[in-house]
Design a protein around this ligand. Structure first.
Ligand code: AMP
Ligand code: MG
Length: 483
């Protein structure tokens, strides 16, 4: 892969977020390797990515069954006069037995004027097509016509019983019945290759009787913090020092994604030490990520180090927070089993909010793509004012397809931005004076104010081309934590 082709294209001008997503997606697609898989039991499946498409081996539900407790009957066997006369529509049937969940009826088919007691989930007997719920029924033991019982009679009381349906004219053919295969038809695709397994997906897989599935192996990501002032929590802070927030917010974001983290600590602002560390990390991880040191200050050595052991593009991206972002590839040195290969590298900005926001916009989609997750069908468009929708449909490889979904909310306050960039305000939901839900910013929005992320439930995205969103107007947000 060559990143040098970007230079003539983009020169010194800023990249838009969409351009960066497109170039990143292309670069990663060109680097694609075989993804290793493994079998896991269902109790370990949540948050994993399916490496096979699951075709249903059966109908779910397996048999047509009752959706309510009550009686099963053939609708056609109800007396027509009863069905037509809603003033006097009680109707009496003979109860010939029962079908209980797990204990289906094995007796003869129902005949006209007959019913079978049935419980929720029990198979519908041959000849029945409808279920009348318990609340609409009165049971009578033969010979004891006045001995009304409200509850379901015990199994075995069988043939002697009669039942009266109150309001029989309301009974519809097929009511309260779940058809075999109405949820999942045998032979249909149920969960697809590349799907992130949610609790619901795990439940569906279990309903098919599967005990194990094939998923992609987790990616390993190596992370460093950089900076002479950056100090590990637990150590003593020297004058001018700050505690290392980024390594912990980043590793927590990675753990949330089910990624194996290779935490390689803090690197001082020293070009040679960075080169050694990056080369070592490349031989051990699927991606390497640093924070800090990517600006053009005296102590910013990430760029120089990367140029010595790989290829680098240092981008100024038209977004706030998070303007400087380094992306490149590290060459895996001789001696490693991956020798000769390339590993993607992200150099994130050092300011803690910028670190998290650039991770969410670029690294998270990159990790989803690398992990084998299927892209979302609709990539969001960061439409410039005056552009037609057609001009902003991203390329199929663009990481925009792997970004987190956006929701539309109502702004609870006036939001300002500069039109030449995308602004990501940290937002939270509040209930406005009129009782409607609106989204507000979380107070001070500086890129070093990490508590603005602490209070945030979402990132409010003010697109390029937009200078102001008034209170009451719709605004797009990325919900934090959504897959
Ligand atoms: P840099 O990009 O290295 O110039 O860093 C920009 C700002 O982020 C500086 O104020 C740094 O002290 C701060 N910073 C860099 N790395 C970290 C970190 N790991 N945790 C918290 N703040 C950091
Ligand atoms: Mg620094």
């Amino acid at each position: 892969m060559s990143l040098s082709c970007f230079d003539p294209m983009f020169g010194e001008r800023m990249l838009s977020v969409d351009e960066a997503l497109a170039v990143l997606g292309d670069s990663l697609a060109a680097m694609q390797r075989l993804r290793a898989t493994e079998r896991v039991t269902l109790d370990k499946a949540v948050g994993r990515i399916l490496a096979e498409t699951i075709v249903s081996p059966l109908d779910v539900p397996a048999q047509t069954n009752a959706a309510m407790d009550g009686i099963a009957l053939a609708h056609a066997s109800l007396p027509r006069a009863t069905l037509q006369d809603s003033a006097n529509d009680a109707c009496e049937l003979r109860v010939i037995g029962s079908s209980l969940a797990g204990h289906p009826w094995h007796g003869r088919a129902l005949e006209a004027g007959e019913a079978l007691r049935i419980t929720t989930g029990a198979a519908l007997p041959v000849g029945a097509d409808s279920v009348v719920m318990q609340e609409q029924l009165q049971y009578f033991a033969t010979g004891l016509v006045d001995a009304r019982t409200d509850s379901l009679p015990a199994a075995g009381a069988g043939d002697a019983e009669r039942v009266v349906i109150e309001g029989a004219s309301s009974v519809r053919q097929g009511q309260n019945v779940r058809q075999a295969g109405e949820d999942i038809a045998c032979g249909s695709d149920v969960v697809s290759l590349g799907q992130w397994l949610t609790p619901a997906a795990v439940g569906v897989l279990a309903s098919l009787g599967l005990a194990e599935i094939t998923v992609y192996r987790p990616l390993t990501v190596a992370i460093f913090s950089t900076g002479d002032e950056v100090t590990a929590p637990g150590e003593t802070l020297s004058a001018g020092g700050i505690f290392d927030a980024n390594r912990f917010s980043l590793s927590a974001l990675l753990v949330e994604q089910g990624i194996d983290v290779l935490d390689l600590g803090i690197l001082s602002d020293d070009r040679e030490a960075l080169i050694v560390a990056l080369q070592d990390a490349a031989s051990r991880a699927d991606m390497v990520m640093t924070s800090g040191g990517v600006s053009v200050g005296e102590a910013d050595h990430v760029r120089g180090a990367l140029e010595a052991c790989g290829e680098l593009a240092l981008w100024r991206i038209a977004m706030r927070p998070g303007r400087p972002l380094a992306f490149g590839t590290l060459k895996v040195a001789v001696g490693s089993e991956k020798a000769g290969g390339q590993v993607p590298f992200f150099g994130l900005p050092g300011n803690p909010v910028a670190t998290m926001v650039t991770f969410l916009q670029f690294v998270l989609p990159a990790l989803r793509q690398m992990a084998g997750q299927q892209p979302r069908m609709t990539a969001p468009a960061h439409q410039q004012e005056g552009e037609s929708a057609m001009t902003v449909v991203p390329m199929a490889t663009s990481l925009a397809y792997w970004q987190s979904p956006r929701l539309q909310l109502i702004a609870g306050e006036t939001l300002r931005s500069r039109p030449e960039r995308v602004d990501y305000h940290r937002g939270r939901l509040v209930v406005g004076e009129d009782g409607r839900q609106v989204v507000m910013t979380t107070g001070k929005q500086g890129s070093g104010i990490l508590t603005s992320m602490l209070a945030a439930e979402c990132l409010i995205e003010i697109p390029a081309g937009c200078a102001r969103i008034d209170a009451g107007e719709p605004v797009m947000v990325q919900w934090l934590g959504a897959q």
